[in-house]
Design a protein around this ligand. Structure first.
Ligand code: PSU
Ligand code: MN
Length: 313
């Protein structure tokens, strides 16, 4: 267990508490995708569906959020429903967590904040859709997601479908390399592009099975290397939106965001919502499919991490 975890205001759901006590596999899940990434009621359906996917793959889901001054590790169905209906939840990254907790507000955790909470709780793997990264035009806006630095410092394996394709993917890969984050494609050589299976860029590393991904994370800590791993799992073929279809849509949404002066934390939610409208919902269907697919892979990694821990005892 990481240092200081005993002082952190963590509240475990009964299911997660029991899984931790029995050293059973656990997969952390984020909540910004629920409050800022999708709208009601698809956000709740997706959150429940992803949890079911994790259970069906032999692990315990732990959706993470901040409520009433506590970091909640695992939410009941009633709590998930209430979060999915909430308007005005804070979007929490590393910078915002402590203030949200100190003020007793409700907040949804991004990839960065979910990694921090998962690590405090002793959970080693986390599934999401796509991480944040270097935004297009970052050379002017300096908009680079805190998710990247978090991957460099917090020892959690993050399973995603790559970085969201609204980003500048070559620059995102460059920053990850500079920060020393292993970017591991699963099942193919190319780095995936969220809605599409390939970004056209090679991934720096490739591992095709959960056991080796878990072993690599354990090896990092034996080497004293800080940080986690980014596992890039391509969207299932039947759900992908080909690059030539989605690229012009992204460009149009991007141009609108610029024209309207959308900035900072609002950029990603605005682009996802506009792309949803412009694709008449196809982007959302793809997003849901890829998150569920990531939840399955993350569960496999969680099972391997649990058996590594048992072997180490
Ligand atoms: N994956 C999705 N949808 C999302 C996100 C991830 O399929 O909405 C969220 C994650 O919480 C991620 C955040 O950390 O988008 C990135 O926000 P930003 O670009 O502002 O750092
Ligand atoms: Mn940003």
């Amino acid at each position: 267990m990481p240092r200081n975890s005993s002082q952190a205001p963590l509240t475990f759901s009964p299911a997660v508490r029991s899984a931790l006590d029995h050293a059973e596999p656990i997969v952390a899940l984020e909540s910004t995708i629920i409050t800022h990434g999708m709208s009601w009621p698809q956000n709740l359906e997706t959150a429940l569906g992803v949890e079911a996917e994790v259970r069906g793959s032999g692990a315990c889901p732990a959706t993470i959020a901040v409520m009433d001054g506590r970091i909640r590790i695992g939410l009941t169905e009633a709590e998930l429903t209430s979060l999915a209906r909430t308007r005005g939840a804070m979007k929490l990254s590393r910078a915002d967590m402590a203030v949200c907790l100190a003020q007793g507000r409700t907040g949804a955790t991004t990839v960065a904040a979910t990694m921090i909470a998962a690590n405090l709780a002793g959970i080693g793997v986390f599934a999401t859709g796509g991480i944040g990264g270097v935004h297009r035009g970052a050379e002017a806006s300096f908009d680079i997601s805190a998710d990247l630095r978090e991957l460099a410092q917090t020892p959690v394996t993050v399973v995603s479908a790559g970085a969201k394709a609204i980003l500048d993917l070559p620059k995102t890969l460059e920053v990850l390399e500079t920060l020393g984050v292993p970017v591991i494609a699963c099942g193919q050589d190319d780095f995936p592009a969220f809605w599409s299976r390939s970004s056209g860029l090679p991934a720096p590393l490739r591992i095709d099975n959960p056991a080796e991904i878990a072993a690599a994370q354990a090896m990092r800590s034996r080497l004293g290397l800080s940080g986690g791993q980014l596992v890039a799992n391509p969207i299932p073929r039947e759900h992908e939106i080909p690059r030539e279809v989605i690229d012009p849509v992204i460009a149009e949404a991007q141009a609108e965001a610029e024209a309207r002066g959308i900035a900072a934390k609002a950029v990603t939610p605005f682009l996802l919502e506009r792309i949803f409208e412009l694709t008449k919902g196809r982007s959302l269907a793809a997003n849901i499919a890829l998150v569920r697919n990531n939840a399955r892979l993350a569960s496999g990694i969680a099972r391997e991490l649990a058996s590594l821990r048992k072997d180490g005892e």
